[in-house]
Design a binder for this molecule. Sequence first.
Ligand code: URA
Length: 250
Amino acid sequence: MERLQKVLAAAGLASRRKSEDIIREGRVTVNGKPVTELGAKVDPTADEIAVDGKPIAKQKKIYLAFYKPKGVISSAKDPEGRQTVMDYMHGIKERVYPVGRLDYDTEGLILLTNDGEFANLLMHPSFHVPKTYLATTKGVPHGTLLDKLRSGIQLEDGMTAPAEVEYADVDPDGKEAVVQITITEGRNRQVRRMFDAIKFPVVRLKRIRFGSVLLGGLQRGKYRHLTKAEVDELRALAEQHATHKVHKGQ
Ligand code: URA
């Protein structure tokens, strides 16, 4: 949601100052209702905004897959002034924001969009979309430990749900291993905490899949637009998971 005067200014209607005057003068309607307060928040991709009865064009909805580098904050703003994903959105005029989060020290796939409804659908707690990570561990955890991660492991906030876990690469000298893990929950620092619990801390973590979207060959620090098929598939996945949960009475 954005402030109405900002949306009017972004639509090229008038400067921000002038847009405020236009609102105060009662010339603006949102979904048919006059709005005269300056603080009003609107969804520029969905709300019908009109000035003097003339509708302004809705903002195009955009959906991006971004390869977040390590050391970048996944939220739109950082009070400590560190780099955020927004610093990488060159050429994007729309105000996009991240769907969910990825830790500062984790790299890999994160989605961004200006479609609030879509973002809410994907971030809803009932949306247990599979997310796949490559976790590099110091040393090679034994197969029985991976079984523990698969079946569920006790963390301080409860047992983890079943996960898919496989070796992706094992150093013949036993110095490190890359373990591919797919989880359907989104608890804070979950993957790192799962590996801490088996005493093989993660030294590098990379997300390579979010639902049906793959990181693929995307370069670190770059974004690409999702295809319509990818957006449709994610939406279908979210709806299917939400329905599944309701049926199970949870
Ligand atoms: N699990 C983690 O430990 N960190 C992330 O960023 C995502 C999942």
